[in-house]
Design a protein around this ligand. Structure first.
Ligand SMILES: [Ca+2]
Length: 507
């Protein structure tokens, strides 16, 4: 056969494979699952930032389906939140409360969301940070294929997959580290709590050469190819997680003079119980360091720039999907694992139970189900993603799920909705969110109650006001009925990254 005949045949072969995949994709819905990291509600569709946030692609995603404006995360730190989302089980069910625990040895039989799709005949691929990114949280049996996370600077846990637990050469501190010039970071001294990531500044690099850019390039390539099965494609974008390194053009969107700092009430924590104050003050030394170094405004700017970079990458994913044969048969879901404080309530970082830490971006566009540009203000939780997606795709759960399907709200965002949204941080500390209220109960029984209609900053704790006793009782009904004992800490195991197995240490 001459070369031309061969080419014609292969083009024909590729085309028919593409048509076959199209036919298969028409039978069942695909899922594009976009995970964001530490992205709070400072985005256009949620309006949490008092200035102008540049998030045209999140705006665009909102126009494609439903924007949930009152969505909250299961927890306010990465591992417990992501474990809850991916297993469909709350921290109070699993005992996974923090980053110092491994979920798999604690939950050996749990069927995670990608495993559920895989068992139902889907091709399941993932990349970047979907489960928590540190070693031992992304077991290899879950995915048909995984694109490892690429970091933009040296990072102590850059080994999420077997065989890659030794950082390869080429992962260095950026030239001039730290770009923020903070002396303690340069010296590797505390505070900050983690100097390796405590940096921000512009990179002179194209988007696709950033770690998240590599991930998105991989995901868009996946979307450009024929697939003979329906797919579940997870793309985990790491920004706006620290370090806030993004291409310079995203910093240029935010001239320093126009940066708005969050509103803070001087004596705000005086009416907060000790447990809450402790959460707010956990990274106080980091915050003080930022202010002392004259970096507060720059840090806020870098966080916003990081949001806009993540937004641009979401745009590339949407472009790729819209150009693909899967555009009319793919559900898009996008979410962030929790929010982030940049000074609100005196807090820096995450790990609190207030609005800025629990309130998250959450979008679902489901062709044939959602109406373009819908907005849903009902209180929902990311624990509901798993039951919602399997409902949309007609799959059955492999076991217990703590959330509920949101399909009713996807069809009618104004539908009556009696549920509250619950966020947990460490054992026995919970926040209950309804349309109007935030009720916090700590593990020593102390409480906070905020009337969000009249107090959107959550400045005035009215939990002690007897007029609200019955309100508190109603809200308390949503608290978990029990709080599972914490799963073992990592230090209780020997972990072998090559076989990806855990062995309990002898006592
Ligand atoms: Ca207060």
């Amino acid at each position: 056969m001459n070369r031309r005949g061969f080419l014609q045949l292969s083009v024909f072969g590729a085309t028919s494979a593409f048509l076959r995949s199209l036919a298969a994709s028409e039978r069942r819905r695909n899922v594009l699952f976009i995970a964001l990291d530490d992205m709070n509600d400072w985005i256009g569709p949620l309006g949490g930032y008092s200035g102008k946030a540049h998030t045209p692609n999140l705006d665009r995603l909102g126009r494609k389906g439903v924007t949930f404006t009152n969505a909250h995360s299961p927890s306010t730190v990465c591992n417990p939140s992501r474990t809850a989302i991916m297993t469909g089980l709350r921290p109070s069910t699993t005992g996974i409360y923090n980053n110092g625990q491994w979920w798999r040895p604690a939950l050996p039989d749990v069927v995670t969301m990608p495993e559920c799709f895989r068992e139902n005949g889907y091709r399941v691929e993932g990349g970047g940070k979907v489960f928590h990114h540190t070693l031992g949280n992304n077991p290899p049996g879950i995915w048909d294929n995984y694109h490892p996370q690429v970091q933009d600077s040296r990072w102590h846990y850059n080994y999420p997959v077997p065989g890659q637990h030794t950082p390869k050469g080429g992962v260095h501190w950026p030239e001039g580290f730290p770009l923020n010039g903070i002396e303690n970071v340069k010296l590797g001294k505390r505070p900050p709590a983690n100097y390796r990531e405590f940096d921000w500044g512009p990179f002179d690099k194209p988007d696709l050469e950033m770690g998240d850019g590599r991930l998105v390039e991989w995901a868009t390539d996946f979307l450009s190819r024929p697939h003979d099965k329906p797919f579940f494609l997870a793309a985990g974008i790491y920004r706006p997680h620290l370090p806030w390194y993004v291409p310079r053009k995203y910093f240029d969107l935010y001239p320093p003079a126009g940066i708005e700092l969050p509103a803070v009430k001087e004596d705000d924590l005086n009416d907060v119980p000790a447990c809450g104050r402790k959460m707010a003050e956990a990274r106080l030394a980091d915050f003080e360091l930022v202010k002392k170094a004259g970096q507060y405004r720059q840090a806020v700017r870098a966080y916003l720039a990081s949001i806009s970079f993540a937004d641009a990458l979401i745009g590339l994913l949407l472009d790729a999907l819209e150009k693909s044969p899967y555009r009319d048969n793919t559900i898009i879901v996008a979410w962030s694992d929790h929010g982030w404080h940049l000074g609100e309530k005196g807090a820096w970082h995450k790990r609190t139970l207030w609005e800025r830490a629990t309130h998250v971006p959450f979008f679902i566009a489901a062709p044939g189900v959602t109406r373009p540009g819908s907005v849903c203000n009902r209180p929902v939780n990311l624990i509901d993603i798993y039951p919602t997606l399997i409902d949309l795709c007609g799959l059955r759960a492999g076991g217990r799920l703590d959330g509920v399907s949101l399909v009713r709200l996807l069809r009618n965002p104004q539908a009556a909705w009696e549920r509250a949204s619950v966020t947990t941080y460490e054992r026995g500390n919970h926040a209950v969110r309804t349309d109007k209220w935030r009720y916090i109960r700590y593990n020593d029984g102390t409480e906070e109650l905020y009337d969000r209609d009249n107090d959107p900053h959550e400045w005035t704790n009215v939990a002690e006001d007897p007029r609200f006793d019955s309100t508190k009782r109603e809200l308390a009904k949503w608290l978990p009925k029990s709080d599972a004992p914490p799963a073992l800490l990592k230090s209780a195991y020997h972990f072998d990254p090559d076989s990806y197995s855990w062995r309990k240490k002898e006592k």
